[in-house]
Design a protein around this ligand. Structure first.
Ligand SMILES: Nc1ncnc2c1ncn2[C@@H]1O[C@H](COP(=O)(O)OP(=O)(O)O)[C@@H](O)[C@H]1O
Ligand SMILES: [Mg+2]
Length: 250
């Protein structure tokens, strides 16, 4: 597992003559095995931050340093999950995972990784199912399995449950928490759902207009049921901080 340290990260976009500081000096350390949630309004720079961590975009300034099990590392392997499952409709669940393993693993090694990942997300029985046969929640678990089978060092989740209905989302939070106990991975979870952040994260960072304005430690044991003592208070505190109607704690 990998930790990472982001220092002075900046990225400016010019959109029709106007400059937007999508990342306006981000400093952040994420420990190995930690789940950090980033919450904030639409357009505050969350996706841009994930893209820079994954190396898909280059910053104007700043660095991202990775710390592997054997010390500093030049890069890391990433698993990404997006709001939409992005499964290939003409491939089965297994076929979709095989596609993700192209150039990474084949034959028995690939099959064992796929079986492992599907087992982890509780879909071992659905390897031969087609995407259209899956519910929204199942499809998102397949897309998580697709990321996991690549055995990433760091998991990057961009509003992965955002398209699910509220009941399914709440259920999948519980499932995801259980998956994390089975397979702990350094994870950045971007979400605008503060309850989701508080249920799943070790720390919750608030992002506003390209800056991290506060980071909250969530000192509640995992997994956290919906009605876990203290959970509602954390959600209220962080919601107030995002809305800016209280003094935020740095
Ligand atoms: N490729 C791009 N070109 C120009 N502007 C961009 C690009 N990507 C993001 N932006 C701008 O940067 C800001 C942050 O976007 P984004 O990271 O997608 O926000 P979030 O994920 O928090 O909704 C927005 O104002 C958006 O318009
Ligand atoms: Mg986004």
């Amino acid at each position: 597992m990998y930790g990472l340290t982001i220092t002075g990260l900046r990225r400016r976009f010019d959109i029709s003559g106007r400059s937007i500081d999508a990342l306006d000096g981000i400093d952040l350390t994420i420990a190995s095995g930690e789940l950090l949630a980033v919450v904030g309004h639409s357009g505050c720079g969350k996706t841009t931050l994930l893209h820079h961590v994954a190396g898909l975009q280059r910053p104007d300034a700043g660095t991202i340093a990775f710390e592997g099990p054997d010390g500093p590392a030049a890069s890391a392997r990433f698993g990404m999950v997006f709001q939409e499952p992005r499964l290939m409709p003409w491939k089965t669940v297994r076929g979709n995972l095989e596609l993700a393993l192209k150039h990474i693993a084949s034959g028995a090694e690939a099959e064992s990784r796929i079986a492992d990942a599907l087992e982890t997300v509780g879909l071992a029985a659905f390897a031969d199912a087609w995407p259209h046969q899956l519910s929204g929640g199942m499809a998102q678990r397949v897309s998580l399995a697709r990321a996991l089978c690549r055995e990433p060092d760091i998991l990057l989740l961009d509003e992965p449950f955002g398209a699910l209905d509220a009941l399914t989302r709440s259920r999948i939070h519980g499932e995801f928490a259980a998956i994390r106990l089975r397979r702990p991975l350094t994870t950045i979870l971007v979400t605008h759902d503060i309850a989701e952040a508080v249920r799943l994260a070790d720390r919750v960072a608030i992002m506003q207009a390209g800056r991290l304005t506060a980071v909250f430690d969530i000192d509640l044991p995992h997994p956290r049921p919906l009605a876990a003592p203290g959970l509602a208070e954390e959600v209220a505190t962080i919601t107030a901080a995002v809305l800016g109607d209280t003094i935020s704690q740095a």
